[in-house]
Design a protein around this ligand. Structure first.
Ligand SMILES: Cc1ncc(C[n+]2csc(CCOP(=O)(O)OP(=O)(O)O)c2C)c(N)n1
Ligand code: SF4
Length: 425
């Protein structure tokens, strides 16, 4: 079992003395105490200094927009059943908690099964020390050097108010791994507010002030509370019966692979013309031969207009990165497709482009094969014909696997396979 969460717990990306390092180290220790495997933990981090921990983590990580990490984590947690054995942990600053307060309240109220760790250094660290809603009265920051009027939001009280199943405030000094472990072990929502001081801005603006003193003066007691109702409280998410992981589609190997190595293919066409379906079909056909395949779609925010492109990678080895900056093949079926793929076309040295016959030949050192796609099978089927052409001409997959896969594709009920096989030359 591999239970190292941090790549190197002595080499963390924070200023010297930053409390964020203690949170990371104690988190690793707490998860080890609970027996979590590295890959059973999903960290969702927020924007801010604490969020740069991502690169030091060996577990799964998702980096969210400022204040939105809790919403992202809620989505992940809601898709996992308790049996999956996965643990969702949010790392967020007091700044992110201020910006995304609503998400925190809702996550606690609905009892999403996850733990939120607020790194409360009482200011916005990454942007130079502005006060947040968690900055206590009397705690100065570089941009509010004489802060006296306003007190801090008491997050523990607020969480209790919305019925959080578990909430605690701890001092982020020394070993607080037991406190974190207790929160991580909760079946529903839990939140730990770790009190810290940022040496770069907090200490400088408040010379000589100790963390204990700030916390006590502000009336922010170090304590925890559990909501006795919490056991009955989980169920807002009973609706999500299926785990994200149990939805896995298994495609069995039925044919011997022809391909040795890796090929990267870019399909680039127009919205509504079947580019995504053709790309998915290509990936599934490869899987029928026991190959690894990924598909990554690209389209404008307003779906249904403009370009539609997909990157497919097929390999006899596992694929760890799904992008392909330099495709080996580009299947281009429309003007939108040319426009979208132009940077890759221009930089196409060594690539082969199957280009619809109606399109002007672009300026490129890639090899171009012009092929009547749209005029032969219509705009809706041009991308599929380009996939058939690729497989037939370059033999990356067997013809047998292609025909079997097509027979199982829902398009075959409407468009007979001969539409494509009779238009290959
Ligand atoms: C929506 C949004 N607002 C503002 C910013 C600018 N910004 C980047 S980091 C940061 C401060 C983060 O402070 P905090 O969440 O307390 O984390 P820390 O840096 O102290 O760890 C801010 C305001 C942003 N990236 N996005
Ligand atoms: S600026 Fe403050 S919060 Fe950011 S890494 Fe440095 S000490 Fe930590």
């Amino acid at each position: 079992m591999d239970n190292r969460i941090l790549i190197d717990s002595k080499d963390l990306p924070f200023c010297k003395g930053c409390g964020h390092a203690g949170v990371a180290q104690n988190t690793e220790k707490a998860l080890q105490k609970l027996g979590y495997d590295t890959l059973d933990v999903i960290f969702v981090t927020d924007i801010g200094c604490h969020g740069i921990i991502d690169k030091s983590l060996r577990s799964h990580t998702v980096h969210g927009l400022h204040g939105r990490s809790v919403a992202l984590a809620g989505g992940i947690a809601a898709g996992l059943t308790p049996e999956s054995g996965k643990k969702v942990i949010v790392f967020i600053g007091d700044g992110g908690a201020t910006i995304g307060m609503q998400h925190l309240l809702v996550a606690a109220h609905h009892n999403f099964p996850m733990t939120v760790v607020i790194h409360n250094n009482m200011l916005y660290g990454m942007t130079g020390g502005q006060p947040s809603e968690f900055t206590p009265c009397g705690f100065n920051t570089p941009t509010a050097p004489n802060r006296s009027a306003m007190g801090a939001i008491d997050m523990v009280k607020l969480m209790e108010g919305v019925g959080a199943a578990y909430v605690s405030r701890v001092s982020g000094v020394g070993d607080f791994s037991d406190e974190l472990a207790e929160a991580f072990a909760q079946p529903g929502f839990s939140l730990v507010e770790v009190m810290e001081i940022c040496p770069s801005y907090g200490v400088k603006s408040n010379p000589g002030m100790k963390l204990k003193q700030v916390v006590e003066t502000a009336g922010l007691a170090i304590h925890k509370s559990k909501n006795p109702q919490s056991e009955n409280h989980r169920p807002a998410y009973d609706g999500f019966k299926n785990s994200l992981l149990s939805e896995k589609l298994t495609i069995k190997k039925e044919f011997e692979p022809v391909l040795k190595g890796t090929v990267r293919i870019l399909l680039s066409g127009s919205a509504g013309e079947g580019t995504q379906s053709a790309a998915e079909f290509l990936a599934r056909t490869a899987m029928l031969s026991g190959l690894y395949a990924t598909k990554k779609g690209h389209y404008p925010v307003t779906v249904g207009v403009g370009f539609s492109a997909a990157e497919v990678i097929i390999s006899d080895q596992p694929i760890f990165y799904t992008g392909s900056t330099k495709p080996d093949f580009m299947l281009i079926t429309s003007t939108d497709g040319v426009d979208y793929a132009m940077p890759k076309i221009k930089n196409g040295n060594g690539a082969t482009i199957i280009l619809d016959g109606s399109l002007p030949i672009p300026d490129t050192s890639a090899k171009i094969i012009q092929k009547d796609l749209r005029s032969k099978v219509g705009s809706r089927n041009a991308a599929m014909l380009s996939v058939f052409t690729l497989i037939k001409k370059f033999g990356i997959l067997s013809e047998e696997s292609l025909l079997t896969a097509y027979g199982r594709n829902k398009l075959s009920a409407k468009v007979p396979v001969e539409t494509f096989t009779e238009n290959l030359d």
